[in-house]
Structure formats: structure tokens, C-alpha cells
Ligand binder design. Structure first.
Ligand code: SAH
Length: 382
């Protein structure tokens, strides 16, 4: 999208902002000031860009309707401190973005005593305590789960977002805007707090590749979150996995494998008919990892479907030789999903097979299940 056609500032890079201020008869350095204001300081109104002369703020406001920060339409608070935001854009389409305090549940190993989910019967009093805005001095640690599309076209059989179908792609500005809206709401200081981003919300990031990658660059260069703190998850869009490996600046990669054979994966993820398991694993094998980097394989465990010890052994063979780790996710159930969540002992037994084969394997703790914020539970309606 060209700068002149866009009505919102978020999503414009420094070149596009330069064109914009020059068109307004202003010197080039004004572009840098706007860039700093909308991404670094995260101002939500053009009138508040204090480094610009008033006159220019008026001109910009006349040319571009707004900064474009999405509106928080609703927010739901979980007993575990997770917050699910429903964020609305200028055309009133909305997506969900999730704030998960203290880690993303993917890096840390969960001791068996903590699994399954802590009781959901905790009172909302505790929930409100957990999310009370922390004092200005305390460091916040959290992961934000970001959406890349409104709905999704991929049609994974266990995922609620799939039931929506694809409504539309998000622009780069809308992807960045989700992060900014949540950072503002949680009063985050990016230099002080430890914020991770996972592109694992609604949508398939690699089917909206250009906008997604532009958003990544704006988040790194503008907002100030390092790409090493970001992970993108794909259902297996093989050509884009290969493109992604060539990017000079990129998040870490996670591949949603979810099955240990081509036939099994076809049943669960119809996208496998387009790019088969063999092609997918070849792209995974060829993926140029940075020093010490590991590829992540995600595996949603479905009771009696893909969670047998035999499946675990097949999975070991499939990923042998790839510097990787595995995140196991016991199915988060939902209406219209024809699968069941395996019992804890099945999940642990599956994990043991992988660990014994030398594969670092983590069980992803479900976050915010009580507010429908967990993996695969994001949908449009409240
Ligand atoms: N389209 C991308 C990112 C969104 S899904 C992808 O497919 O990777 C993020 C993760 O949630 C994926 O690993 C997906 O397999 C998992 N997931 C989807 N539905 C789920 C459910 N009902 N329970 C648990 N995990 C689910």
C-alpha cells in the first residue's frame, strides 16, 4: 500500500513516512520523529506527537486520519493472569491478542506436579490481583500472542479459528498495532521489561507473508523488541519456510507438525495435501539455523488419534538429526471440535519417549483456558 492511499500511520516504514512528510512540504527528518513517536513512544493520536510543530500535526491529521492503534473492544482476565483482548480495527473487524504473564509456557519445562492446569476455581479476586498494574519499578515478564489474519483458511480439524474461515489478511500496521495496544494497556517499558512475541494467534502468518515480515521489521526497528524474542508458528507453508530462512532479520521458527506420518497429518491438517510431510520435513532439515538456535516442532496431542507411544517413536524418527525441540500441547477443547484431550499420563508417556531419544520436549501449559484464550480457542465472538 502506498503512503498516500493509507489512512493510518501504523504500518508505514521510514521510507513511506519520508514520502509522507515530504509531500506535506516538510524536511526529511520529520519522518524519523514520526517513526519514533508512533513505534517507540507508542502515541495513539497524531496531536500527541510533541516533537512536531502544531501546524504539521494538523496537516498530517488532515491527510491521514489517525495513528491507527486498534481499539480494545473487550478484555477477559483469567485466573492464571492471562488476558485475552478483543481488538477492533477501523473497519470494525476484530482479532484476539493474548497477554501471558511470566513466560510463554513454551520455553519452560512443566514439572509433572504442576500439570494439568491449576484449578480454574480460583476466585476473580485473585485474578484481579494478578493483573493489577505493577508498580513502575517492577519488571514485567510476559509473552504476547499475536494474530496475523482475521480468521484462517488453513482448516486444521482441531482448531476453533478454522471454523471461521478466512475473513481477511491483517495489514502490517494492524499486526504491529496489536502489540502496541497491549503494551500500552499493560504499561510496558520495552527496554526494562522482558516481552516475548509469538505469532500464534488467529491466522497463518506465512499466508500473509509480506505484511507479517514488514510488521516484524517495524517491531524490531521501531518498537524495540529483538527478533530473538519472537517466534512465528506455521502450519507448514513450505515455499514460505524456505523464503523465511533467507530473511536477514527474522524471528525463530516453529512448525505445527501435529502428526507423525503423512497419512495422519492429511486427516488433521488438509494443507498436507498441498505440501506433504516429506516436503515439509525437507524444508525443516534445510532450514538455516543460527548458532545455538533450535527449530520448534509443535504437536497437539489428540486422545487416541496421534498420542500413542508408536506415534511418539515415529516422531522421533521423523525429526532425527534436526536441531530442534518439541512442544507438546494437549488439545484445548472447544465446541465443534470432534477430538478429546488425552489424559495426563498419556501426555507424560509420549513426552518420555521423546526425552529418552534425546529430544528436548516440553509440555505447553494451557494459558487462560477459562477465558477461552488457549491455543486453538481463539475465535471472533466473545
Ligand atoms: N497457523 C499457525 C499459527 C496459529 S496456531 C500454525 O498453525 O502454527 C498456533 C498453535 O496452536 C499451532 O501449533 C496449532 O497446532 C495449535 N492449536 C490449534 N488448535 C489447537 C487446540 N484446539 N488445542 C491445542 N493447540 C491447538
Amino acid at each position: 500500500m502506498t503512503a498516500s492511499a493509507q489512512t493510518e500511520l501504523l504500518g508505514l516504514d521510514i521510507q513511506e513516512l519520508t514520502a509522507l512528510v515530504q509531500a506535506a512540504g516538510e524536511p526529511e527528518y520529520r519522518a524519523r520523529q514520526v517513526f519514533e513517536a508512533i513505534y517507540r513512544q507508542r502515541v495513539v493520536a497524531i496531536e500527541r506527537i510533541s516533537t512536531l510543530p502544531l501546524e504539521l500535526r494538523r496537516t498530517l491529521a488532515a491527510r491521514t486520519l489517525s495513528v491507527g492503534t486498534p481499539r480494545i473492544e473487550k478484555q477477559y482476565v483469567s485466573a492464571d493472569g492471562t488476558i485475552r483482548y478483543l481488538l477492533a480495527f477501523s473497519d470494525d473487524q476484530s482479532v484476539e491478542t493474548v497477554w501471558m504473564p511470566e513466560g510463554d509456557g513454551s520455553e519452560e519445562e512443566v514439572p509433572s506436579s504442576e500439570y494439568p492446569v491449576p484449578s480454574e476455581s480460583r476466585t476473580s479476586f485473585i485474578a484481579s490481583q494478578l493483573v493489577t498494574r505493577t508498580s513502575v519499578l517492577a519488571t514485567q515478564r510476559a509473552t504476547i500472542c499475536v494474530s496475523s489474519q482475521v480468521g484462517c483458511a488453513v482448516d486444521c480439524q482441531f482448531c476453533l479459528t478454522a471454523l471461521l474461515g478466512l475473513r481477511r489478511n491483517l495489514t502490517a500496521g494492524e499486526i504491529v498495532g496489536q502489540v502496541i495496544a497491549v503494551l500500552n494497556d499493560r504499561a510496558v517499558t520495552v527496554d526494562r521489561d522482558r516481552i516475548n512475541l509469538v505469532f500464534m494467534g488467529q491466522g497463518e502468518p506465512f499466508l500473509n507473508y509480506e505484511n507479517f515480515m514488514k510488521a516484524v521489521r517495524l517491531l524490531v526497528e521501531g518498537v524495540g523488541i529483538a527478533e530473538a524474542r519472537m517466534t512465528v508458528s506455521t502450519a507448514g507453508i513450505v515455499p514460505r519456510i524456505r523464503d523465511f530462512g533467507e530473511e536477514p532479520m527474522r524471528p525463530k521458527l516453529a512448525i505445527s507438525l501435529n502428526a507423525s506420518s503423512d497419512a495422519g497429518r492429511r486427516e488433521l491438517m488438509p494443507i498436507t495435501r498441498k505440501w506433504g510431510m516429506e516436503q515439509l520435513m525437507a524444508a525443516a532439515r534445510d532450514f538455516p539455523l543460527r548458532p545455538r538456535e533450535r527449530l520448534t516442532f509443535e504437536y497437539v496431542l489428540l486422545d487416541q488419534v496421534n498420542d500413542s507411544l508408536q506415534s511418539a517413536r515415529e516422531l522421533v524418527e521423523l525429526i532425527r538429526g534436526i536441531r530442534s525441540k518439541v512442544n507438546l500441547i494437549a488439545l484445548n477443547p472447544g465446541p465443534g471440535i470432534a477430538f478429546a484431550t488425552p489424559a495426563d499420563d498419556r501426555v507424560l508417556a509420549f513426552q518420555q519417549v521423546l526425552i529418552k531419544a534425546g529430544i528436548p520436549t516440553f509440555i505447553r501449559r494451557p494459558r487462560g483456558r477459562d477465558i477461552y484464550a488457549a491455543c486453538g480457542q481463539l475465535k471472533l465472538s466473545a
